[in-house]
Ligand binder design. Structure first.
Ligand code: DGP
Length: 110
């Protein structure tokens, strides 16, 4: 298995896991861009949001992200959810994930 996120999910590689259930997991980004930077993803290997078939799964991942934002204390302050998809987005790891960013003023997109 050469997907780093699959290796974290299986326990073969370390990760600071903050949430998991039967179908999803969340762990802290190794290179945080904000005081809170968590990656939320399905345990099954879906390469990107462009290849999703189960949109209910996406809703459940967003629900987890919202709950983690509250738990991290950024729910009221505001936070950003980001999904990169494909080369020009800068997606580095081809395993669908949502970035939860918060805890500082986030710049405008562009
Ligand atoms: P993206 O560019 O959207 O594919 O974001 C990938 C993120 O994954 C990036 O912010 C860094 C993070 N990342 C890469 N390798 C690892 C790792 O081994 N462990 C953890 N926790 N995060 C990683």
């Amino acid at each position: 298995m050469d997907c780093i996120f699959c290796r974290i999910i299986s326990g073969e590689a370390p990760g600071e896991i903050v949430y998991q259930d039967d179908e999803a997991i969340a762990f802290r980004d190794i290179n945080p861009q904000a005081p809170t930077h968590i990656l939320i993803m399905p345990k099954s290997h879906i390469p990107s949001i462009a290849e999703v078939e189960d949109y209910g799964l996406v809703g459940r991942l967003v629900n987890i992200a919202n709950e983690l934002a509250k738990r991290e204390g950024v729910g009221e302050r505001g936070y950003r959810l980001v999904i990169n998809s494909g080369p020009e987005s800068g997606q580095e790891v081809p395993h669908l994930h949502i970035h939860l960013l918060g805890g500082r003023v986030l710049g405008r997109l562009g």
